[in-house]
Design a protein around this ligand. Structure first.
Ligand code: GTP
Ligand code: MG
Length: 335
């Protein structure tokens, strides 16, 4: 299983559990490196490993694989304070490198977003400063990591590092953030994030060409959630969502997430937009409680199989990962 580049992206509106899938793969694919692509600190990935819950906004979720090198791509925006805090909390100093050109978010970016009623009220963003940093990047006035005094020892050429690993038959996982329908190009504009966040953008973020990709894993939750504004088909009231056990709260903002049943049409579109080769279904234990914590294929109930088969039929892509709990090992891999 060597020499592979596995890209993980979200299929709906984010919070599908990409962090969980990235962490599982980091432990099960003998990876040499895990890299974070996507937007910036507007993401919130949750990893539950060895009974500890980590909430991460910058670090690749696959950090739980102790020997893996950790990279953040040039296309990503970091916030020094958040990054250094995460490195400390996870004990990953010395193993994490940013690209020389990773963008740096400052207080000024956060202030500009907080003062924008368009962003805070119409779009409903996380006010993390990622979008405003992107504006400065486009204007070519953004400070990048190599020019930011306190980050100097942490930077390197991430593109070279990852291409070298692949040339030497090593396996690399690339973790995107946000999700397909939050893409500023292909999502429900203007209710989107500030960048493209599909699989193609993810490899661009880290400086690797599309022909090197082995698999694109699109992660779908067994129901759909969305934070912020924008259309959500068959949206449930908060009470209905709570009744079904589908109530969730944002990792970054703590806001309740809006919820709706699984959307097959949206899933089909997501598979096309990303060139999906494999699917992961998360929170299967929430929709099918009999699957809670299951790790064996024979624990999958008939109704859960019906759902899995329907997803495959509607999308034309194989479901390979069935996630049955938040823990990094609570997963059934289908061959
Ligand atoms: P974004 O980049 O912000 O979209 O994050 P994400 O896709 O990594 O998802 P996030 O961690 O924000 O939300 C997923 C939540 O579901 C977290 O609290 C996870 O611990 C949890 N989770 C992931 N997979 C499963 C699962 O199969 N079952 C259950 N019960 N919880 C899960
Ligand atoms: Mg999240």
């Amino acid at each position: 299983m060597n020499g592979q580049l596995i890209v993980i992206v979200g299929g709906f509106y984010g919070d599908e559990g990409k962090g969980k899938i990235a962490s599982f793969l980091a432990h099960n694919r003998n990876v040499e490196a895990v890299a974070r692509a996507g937007v910036g600190t507007n993401a919130g990935h949750t990893v539950v490993h060895d009974g500890i819950t980590y909430r991460l906004r910058s670090l690749p979720s696959g950090f739980t694989a102790a020997d893996a090198k950790l990279y953040i791509g040039a296309g990503v925006y970091i916030n020094e304070e958040i990054l250094l805090d995460e490195i400390e909390r996870t004990g990953t100093a010395g193993r994490l490198f940013l690209d020389h050109h990773t963008g740096v978010i400052t207080e000024d970016h956060i202030r500009r977003e907080t003062e924008s009623t368009h962003l805070t009220q119409t779009v409903g963003t996380t006010k993390s400063g990622s979008g405003a940093a992107g504006v400065d990047r486009v204007l070519r006035i953004l400070t990048v990591a190599k020019d930011y005094t306190t980050l100097k020892g942490l930077t390197g050429n991430v593109s070279d590092a990852i291409n070298d690993i692949l040339d030497n038959d090593g396996t690399v996982i690339v973790e995107g953030s946000q999700a397909t329908f939050l893409s500023v190009y292909h999502g429900s504009y203007p209710y989107t994030t500030s960048k493209d966040v599909g699989a193609a953008a993810a490899v661009s973020d880290i400086g690797v060409g599309p022909t090197r990709v082995t698999d694109v894993v699109v992660v779908f939750k067994a129901f759909v959630t969305r934070v912020g504004e924008g259309y959500l088909k068959d949206e449930l009231s908060f009470e209905e969502a709570k009744e079904r056990g589908w109530d969730e709260y944002g990792t970054v903002t703590g806001r309740p997430r809006r919820a709706a049943p699984f959307d097959y049409e949206l899933a089909r579109k997501a598979c096309r937009l990303n060139g999906a080769t494999q699917l992961a279904l998360t929170k299967m234990d929430i929709v099918f409680p009999e699957l809670e914590g299951a790790v064996h294929i024979d624990q999958i109930s008939e109704r859960a199989w019906d759902f899995i088969k329907k997803v495959e039929q509607e999308t034309g892509v194989k479901v390979v990962f069935v996630s049955t709990g938040p823990g990094s090992t609570e997963l059934i891999e289908l061959s």
